[in-house]
Write a protein that binds this ligand. Structure first.
Ligand code: CTP
Length: 407
């Protein structure tokens, strides 16, 4: 993934043990396609050397406002003008206090102060002891820095280098990378509450057996991430899958179609967009065996009787909120042939404004997919691409349709 291609990031390190994570973060940003210019305070250099950061970023590190390498001797101006963002990770409590007061007695604080406010965003990844983080002065500073336009990332929780445990750890490099990537995505769904179903369902036959399908959940999880990146509040109702929860997404795990139905119908009340990507089992066995069905020698194989599961998408789309358009419903169709005809028929049958067709066997478990969007105006093809890339485009398509509805 080259999500940060073309972005130039000034990565500022201030004093804190989390500096060791900044080395990993620098690598992750570069792997993501960014170029990285590291600036370190004197305190940061007590924890990690400029040599390490130079080797990782492939650029000399800046440490001082008196750096004679700059022909005009104005490193604070030059570095801040060429950045697409300034990311301070770790950002110490002291450095936040400094930023808050607009001080500039070292290169890093100086370039934060000198940055063109409307062009160069300031991203802060706090890192400190839990008492320092919880201190009213720090919390006051966080609030004020946000009000001044800075983006202050969350802190992690858990064991701290000091031996205590609580809030205040710097996020891990991968988490910060995801947050930085999300920061640069357009906020097309800001203010929206998005509800997504994903993955397969599992219909038990007895306590040890059941019926499921090959859905991996990757498309729904990618869509949840894309919607979250676009500024929505996202709830993901997930069948049994082995995927990490996208950052900032609320995940509710379910197993059977009935449990997915119950949770989804309940959360649809507060949602403004519903996307059903789940491969819901159409049937469940009529009578769940209380104990394992045993194989008796010479006995005939057991026969199973099925009953139909509720159709989650159809039920939500036909609810008062779905019918009134207060809840914009999007269906998926996993087909094995005749994608266009099947998708068009399914859109009408489910009563949804937008249906996304894909060829199930070609996408289940894969990291990429190809989509066919079908609405009342016709069909739009999205060529094979990574599921996250397709999800971001689908988010834009949904946002454009919502926008048109409002006009
Ligand atoms: N869906 C659902 N609840 C069900 C079955 C399907 O919410 N009980 C949703 C899926 O999440 C998807 C859409 O309906 O968004 C279409 O699912 P699909 O399995 O392709 O269609 P079916 O309705 O099951 O029709 P068929 O099996 O005949 O293709």
């Amino acid at each position: 993934m080259n999500d940060l291609a073309g972005k130039h990031i000034v990565l500022g390190l201030t004093g804190g043990i989390a500096c060791y994570k900044a080395a990993e973060l620098c690598r992750a940003l570069i792997k993501g396609g960014a170029t990285v210019q590291v600036v370190m305070t004197a305190a940061a250099q007590q924890f990690i050397t400029p040599v390490t950061m130079q080797a990782l970023s492939n650029r000399p590190v800046f440490e001082s406002q008196w750096d004679a390498r700059e022909p005009n001797n104005m490193a604070h101006i030059n570095l801040s003008r060429e950045a697409d963002a300034i990311l301070i990770a770790p950002c110490s409590a002291d450095f936040m206090a400094k930023l808050l007061h607009g001080r500039g007695d070292d290169l890093l604080s100086l370039l934060c102060l000198a940055r063109p406010l409307d062009q160069v965003p300031l991203l802060l990844a706090p890192a400190m002891n839990r008492e320092m983080w919880a201190h009213p002065a720090t919390q006051r500073n966080v609030t004020q820095l946000r009000a001044d336009g800075a983006t202050v990332f969350e802190v992690g929780s858990g064991d701290q280098a000091c031996g205590e445990s609580g809030d205040g750890r710097m996020l891990e490099a991968q988490e910060l990378l995801d947050d930085v990537i999300a920061f640069f995505q357009p906020k097309l769904l800001s203010g929206e509450q998005v509800l997504i179903t994903a993955g397969p369902t599992y219909e038990a036959i007895d306590p040890v057996r059941g019926i499921t399908n090959l859905s991996s959940g990757k498309m729904g999880f990618a869509l949840a991430r894309a919607a979250q990146e676009a500024g929505a509040v996202v709830t993901l109702v997930a069948g049994p899958v082995h995927l990490p929860t996208p950052r900032g997404v609320r995940r509710i795990d379910v197993t059977s179609a009935q449990s997915m139905f119950d949770v989804t119908v309940q959360h649809a009340q507060g949602a403004s967009i519903f996307v059903a990507t789940a491969a819901v089992a159409d049937w469940r066995v009529a009578k769940l065996a209380e104990h394992k069905i045993k194989k008796e020698t010479g006995a005939a194989a057991p026969s199973l009787v099925f009953v139909e599961n509720p159709d989650i998408l159809a039920a939500v789309a036909q609810s008062p909120r779905g019918r009134s358009g207060a809840l914009y419903c999007v269906g998926f169709a996993a087909e094995s042939q005749d994608l266009l005809a099947n998708a068009q028929a399914k859109r009408l049958r489910k009563g949804v404004p937008l249906l996304v067709g894909n060829i199930g066997p070609a996408t289940f478990g894969q990291d990429d997919n190809a989509l066919l969007l079908v609405d009342e105006h016709g069909a739009t093809e999205m060529k094979r691409d990574a599921k996250l890339a397709l999800s971001r485009r689908l988010v834009a398509e949904i946002a454009a349709r919502l926008q048109r509805k409002e006009e």
